[in-house]
Design a protein around this ligand. Structure first.
Ligand code: ADP
Ligand code: SF4
Length: 681
């Protein structure tokens, strides 16, 4: 049956002229980091090629450093320091061109942000100041006029090299408070007294020169895009969209071939769904089209074609920019084009992708288990091999792991029975999506349910708690246990290795089940040795119900791991604004009637807290069924039941189970491809 596209969406498939090149549609995969880049180039090349195959009209690199003084080690980005870096970039261009998309490159020098840990060059910036990333004890030195001339030459050479590599678009980048031109633009970073400091015109001078020189060098054949943050999100202390942000765009309005606008810094640009909704940047960037005749692109975690069309019709943007939505679903444009928008795997805005990049590892995605596995494992996000036997598979538990395994096996053609004890599907994502700010996480369930409903060979049964006897009796050819995990209540976690005396605290499971400590208005200490999001959302929930909440943690700040998901500052600010008392470097030492004791992790000094405790420390797998069944029937554990982890890991494990079903896996082998480096010895 052929499905006809809703004509409302036709506008998304208009071509857009960007200087001398033409984008085949309005879908622009903006530069985004991915933890692959120069370190895992084969993975990066296939990941970008996949997006072109999925219909993105422009596919760009992540930031591409063009000089050793801008070395960003340990971050894994692309680099183009000289011609020897060209081959992998040429391969990426080819992978993008193969599907008739335009290939873009973002030229970046991180200036005072980079520590130059590998190159050992002295970092550079508008003025003498300590480098920002990781608080390295290293300073960037103030650029002289000669340095500025050199820098401009490096940038120009990089543009020419990009053309040599075959790129169609070059992005000149002054965003995220992360590049030399943005540092020159920012009053916070630039208090120079020469022609590159002081007035806006002076602070913008370097950026203008870069765009002019890039146009002059390659503008006859390449589209020159200005990627620019219109607001530093620090009020009058920084660039504001209604002030200097707007004036800056007015000054350069017709210079680039396209504007790609956003807000600064990265934590404000790539907000999670907990802190910002789809299209959240519109209030800052919607003026841009009124001051330039050039096409305008912007991001905002757009996943709904209706919202995209609306942004175009309302004159906010010409191109739909996307990083995360293109990671969650590389085939988003193709699905809209084919009249299948309901098949879009919508980004949930969790920033797990950003976290892995920030950890210098290949990005993974909660929604898209094939992200980064396109070459490494040969996984295509939309296709999966047909079944190799007539096996019937019984899956126990319809959380993210069980749903993904059922979907993958179902698409392969296996007969699948999915048994869920509860009254609803989704497991932990359904439960957690009811906590403050996590509503969008239900998309993990909704996408999979929607797809499974189309598969007649997958049968799902709710309120079907299975015990070992019933599972054996069922007689399936294979059984996957996706029964999840539960939070422990004895305080054991990273910091405390033995149960805390007297501790039978409430856990996140209890809170999600509706149990509450004493009466609203009473004191509660949420003890966080998990360091991710959970303790902070539980704290938010309890404050909203009237409890007086302390968040105590052995960590050095609240939710310290969310530094990687770009959320830490937002979380701590929200908790402080809600009146949550924050106590760092403290671990739980005892729980007694009416109170608890916390000890300083360094001095051992203790303090008493009245009220009750909610303990957020660690989880244990719900795997009793495995113990009862192993050796008797073919049974595997997947997801949290095998190893409690993040939701992305449960989805991945469910997917992997489906992919590898009936395959012979060598337990001693490396289960994926690796890029081989050629030694120079
Ligand atoms: P994961 O993240 O690994 O998918 P979840 O905790 O989200 O794990 O989901 C596990 C699901 O398994 C829950 O919905 C739970 O109700 C279900 N479940 C647990 N034990 C059984 C059982 N014996 N029979 C059927 N369903 C079960
Ligand atoms: Fe979206 Fe999360 Fe996937 Fe990133 S990891 S693309 S935020 S769903």
């Amino acid at each position: 049956m052929s499905v006809k596209r809703d004509p409302r969406y036709d506008v998304l498939f208009d071509t857009v002229e960007i200087g001398p090149v033409t984008a085949p549609n309005r879908f622009y995969q903006v530069p985004h980091c991915n933890g692959m880049g120069r370190m895992f180039p084969d993975s990066m090349i296939s990941m970008r090629g996949m997006k072109a195959e999925g219909g993105w009209g422009i596919v760009t690199t992540e930031q591409c450093d063009f000089h050793p003084t801008g070395d960003v080690q340990p971050f894994t980005e692309t680099s183009m320091w000289d011609d020897s870096d060209l081959p992998y970039l040429v391969a990426m261009v080819d992978a993008v061109h193969e599907h008739d998309a335009l290939a873009g490159i973002e030229l970046v020098h991180n200036g005072q942000d980079s520590g130059c840990l590998y190159s050992r060059e002295v970092p550079i910036g508008p003025e003498h100041r300590p480098v920002t990333w990781h608080q390295h004890p290293i300073q960037a030195r103030a650029m002289s006029r000669d340095d500025i001339r050199n820098y401009r030459r490096w940038h120009r050479k990089a543009a020419l090299r990009a053309r040599q590599a075959g790129f169609d678009i070059v992005v000149v980048y002054a965003g995220h408070d992360g590049t030399v031109p943005s540092h020159f633009l920012s009053r916070q970073s630039n208090q120079r007294s020469d022609e590159y400091g002081g007035s806006l015109e002076n602070r913008l001078r370097l950026y203008r020169e870069l765009i002019e020189e890039t146009k002059e060098a390659v503008g006859d054949t390449m589209g020159v895009v200005a990627r620019f943050a219109v607001d530093e999100m620090m009020g009058a202390d920084g660039l504001e969209w209604a002030g200097e942000g707007k004036e800056a765009i007015e000054m350069l309005a017709e210079l680039p071939d396209m504007w790609d606008v956003n807000v600064s810094d990265w934590e404000n640009d790539s907000m999670t769904s907990r802190f910002a909704q789809e299209g959240y940047q519109e209030e800052y960037i919607s003026f841009v089209k009124s001051v330039t005749s050039k096409p305008v692109a912007a991001v905002g975690r757009y996943t709904s074609p209706d919202t995209m069309v609306s942004a175009i019709r309302r004159g906010v943007v010409d191109m739909i920019g996307a990083a995360r939505p293109s990671i969650a679903d590389p085939f988003l444009p193709a699905k809209i084009k084919a009249g299948r928008p309901e098949d879009i795997r919508e980004c949930i805005g969790c920033n797990v992708c950003a976290a892995w990049n920030n950890l210098s590892a290949p990005s993974r995605c909660t929604q898209n288990p094939t992200m980064g596995e396109e070459w490494r494992r040969g996984w295509h996000p939309e296709t999966i091999a047909p079944k190799e036997s007539d096996s019937t598979v019984l899956i126990i538990g319809a959380g993210p792991a069980g749903l993904e395994a059922a979907l993958g096996l179902g698409k392969r053609g296996y007969d699948v029975i999915l048994a869920e004890a509860g009254t609803e599907t989704g497991g932990r994502v359904t439960r957690e999506s009811r906590l403050p700010g996590l509503n969008a996480w239900a998309r993990v369930r909704d996408y999979r349910l929607g797809q499974i409903e189309c598969l007649s060979n997958v049968q799902m049964y709710l309120e079907s708690e299975m015990d070992a006897g019933q599972i054996q009796e069922f007689g399936a050819d294979a059984v996957a246990l996706a029964t999840g995990a539960f939070w422990r209540n004895d305080g054991v976690g990273r910091s405390i290795r033995f149960p805390v005396p007297g501790c039978q605290a409430l856990t996140p499971d209890d809170i999600m089940d509706g149990k509450r400590p004493h009466q609203p208005g009473s004191a509660v200490t949420v003890y966080d040795d998990d360091h991710y999001y959970m303790a902070s959302v539980i704290a938010e929930q309890l404050v909203s119900e009237g409890y007086r909440v302390t968040l105590a943690t052995p960590g050095m700040c609240v939710a310290s791991w969310t530094e990687y998901t770009l959320e830490q500052r937002h979380i701590e600010k929200r908790l402080l604004n809600m009146g949550v008392e924050i106590l760092t470097r403290h671990e739980l030492s005892a729980v007694e009637a009416g109170g608890l004791r916390l000890a300083n992790t360094l001095t051992g000094d203790t303090r008493e807290h009245e009220g009750s405790a909610v303990s957020v420390t660690a989880r244990l797998p719900r795997d009793e069924l495995y113990d009862a069944l192993k050796g008797k029937i073919p049974v595997r554990r997947i997801g949290d039941c095998f190893g409690p982890s993040i939701i992305a890991a449960a989805v991945y494990e469910g997917h992997r189970y489906a992919r590898e079903f009936d395959a012979e896996i060598d337990p001693d082998g490396v289960p994926f491809n690796r890029t081989r480096y050629e030694l120079q010895h």
